[in-house]
Design a protein around this ligand. Structure first.
Ligand code: UT7
Length: 340
C-alpha cells in the first residue's frame, strides 16, 4: 500500500519580517536625576534601566511606526501594497481619534487597506498577534502588518511627584509582517487574559469621556490627572504571578516543556520582574532576553522591538521555539508560543 503524503501543517501566522525604530535622542538616568530628584543608582537597582530613547519633536507615534514598518517590509521582501490589514497596538495614539492605524496606512501610501487599532497597553502586541493569527488561519487575509508603537515622553510627569513612572518608560516602535504559512512555522498558540477590576492600579484618568460636561478641565491639569498613575508595588506583584502563570498555561496547552523553548522574550517593564518570572519558571537566565537597560519600557512596542533585535543578532533562528509573555495596565496579560 502506498504511503499517504504527510498531511499539511495547519495554516498559521508566520513572522516573515521584522523591524524596529528608536528615536535618536538618548536620555540617561543621569539626565533625569535633577528633574526628578532621583539617581542613576536608584533607577538601575530598582528597574535595571540605564537609558531610554525619547522623541525630539519631529516624530509622533505613527511616524515611529512608519519607520519600523518599512524595515519590517524590507526584511520580508515585500512592498506596502502587499499588506492586506494593519493592526496597530498603542496606548499613546497620535490623537484621541482616529486611531494611529489609519495614519500609518496613509504614511505607507496604501489607501483602502483596513486598519485596526488595539488598546491593550503592554499586552497590546499579543492581543494583536492573536487577532492576526486567527484572521490568517481563517483565510481572511494573506499578510498582516502588526505594529506596536509608543510615544510616552510627551505624557509623563517629569517632576518629583511623577518619578516612580517617569523613569520607567521610553519611546519606540516595532513591527512584524505576518503571513499565512503551512510549513509548521508560525504562532502555535496565544493565550490572553484581562481583569478590569484593577483598571485604576495603572491608568491615565484624563481626558475622560465619562466626565461631564467636559472631558478635560483645568482642574484635571492642576491635579495632574492627564499623567499616568500607578500603584507600583501592587502592579509589580500581579505582573510576576500573571506572567509566570501565562507561560505555564500556554506551554501546557501546546504540550510543550519549558526546556524545549529556545528563547523567552518577556515584556520589559522592570528587570526585577523579568528575573523573578525567570527564576519562578526555573529557566536559565541565558534563555531569558532582556533589553530594558537600553530602551526602558516601551509598552506595546517592547515585544516587536525585542523580536527584531533577536532575529537580526542571530539569537532567534529559523526553527527556534520562541515564548513571549506580557503583562500591563488593564490588567491585561498573555503569552504566545511561536515557531520561527
Ligand atoms: O508596564 C506595565 C507594568 N508596570 C510595571 O510592571 C511597574 C511595576 N512596578 C515597579 O516596577 C516598581 O514598583 C517601581 C520601580 C515603579 C517602584 O519601585 P518600588 O521598589 O516599588 O518603590 P516604591 O514605589 O514602593 O517606593 C519606595 C521609595 C519611596 O520613598 P519612601 O516613601 O520610601 O521614602 C518612593 O518615593 O522609593 C521612592 N521612589 C524613588 N526614589 C528615587 C520612587 N520612585 C523613585 C525614583 N527615584 N525614581
Amino acid at each position: 500500500m502506498a504511503t499517504p503524503p504527510p498531511s499539511p501543517s495547519p495554516r498559521r501566522a508566520r513572522i516573515a519580517g521584522a523591524g524596529h525604530h528608536l528615536p535618536d535622542r538618548v536620555v540617561t538616568n543621569a539626565d533625569l536625576g535633577p528633574l526628578l530628584d532621583t539617581t542613576d543608582a536608584w533607577i538601575r537597582r530598582r528597574t535595571g534601566i540605564e537609558r531610554r530613547h525619547f522623541v525630539d519633536g519631529t516624530e509622533g507615534t505613527a511616524d515611529l511606526a512608519h519607520k519600523a514598518s518599512l524595515r519590517a517590509l524590507d526584511d520580508a521582501g515585500i512592498g506596502p501594497d502587499q499588506i492586506d490589514l494593519i493592526i496597530f497596538a498603542t496606548l499613546s495614539p497620535d490623537v484621541f481619534f482616529p486611531g494611529s492605524g489609519v495614519l500609518l496606512g496613509a504614511l505607507l501610501g496604501i489607501p483602502g487597506t483596513p486598519a485596526l487599532d488595539v488598546r491593550n497597553q503592554c499586552t497590546g502586541f499579543l492581543y494583536g498577534l492573536q487577532c492576526a493569527d486567527g484572521m490568517l488561519r481563517a483565510g481572511l487575509y494573506e499578510r498582516i502588518l502588526l505594529v506596536g508603537a509608543e510615544v510616552h515622553s510627551t505624557g509623563l510627569d517629569f517632576s518629583r511627584e511623577g518619578r516612580d513612572i517617569a523613569v520607567l518608560f521610553g519611546d519606540g516602535a516595532g513591527a512584524v509582517v505576518l503571513e499565512a504559512a503551512e510549513d509548521g512555522s508560525g504562532v502555535l498558540r496565544t493565550i490572553l487574559g484581562a481583569d478590569g477590576r484593577h483598571a485604576e492600579a495603572l491608568w491615565c484618568q484624563a481626558p475622560s469621556s465619562r466626565q461631564f460636561p467636559l472631558r478635560i478641565t483645568r482642574d484635571d491639569l492642576d491635579h495632574k490627572r492627564h499623567f499616568p498613575a500607578m500603584q507600583g508595588r501592587m502592579v509589580f506583584k500581579h505582573a510576576v504571578v500573571a506572567m509566570r502563570d501565562a507561560v505555564r498555561a500556554v506551554a501546557a496547552a501546546e504540550g510543550v516543556a519549558l526546556d524545549e523553548v529556545d528563547l523567552f522574550i518577556p515584556h520589559q517593564a522592570n528587570l526585577r520582574i523579568s528575573e523573578l518570572v525567570q527564576r519562578e519558571l526555573g529557566v536559565p537566565p541565558e534563555r531569558f532576553f532582556n533589553n530594558i537597560a537600553r530602551t526602558g519600557n516601551t509598552t506595546a512596542a517592547t515585544l516587536p522591538i525585542a523580536i527584531d533585535e533577536c532575529r537580526r543578532s542571530g539569537r532567534l533562528k529559523a526553527g527556534d521555539l520562541l515564548c513571549t509573555v506580557a503583562f500591563g495596565s488593564g490588567f491585561t496579560w498573555g503569552s504566545s508560543l511561536i515557531r520561527i
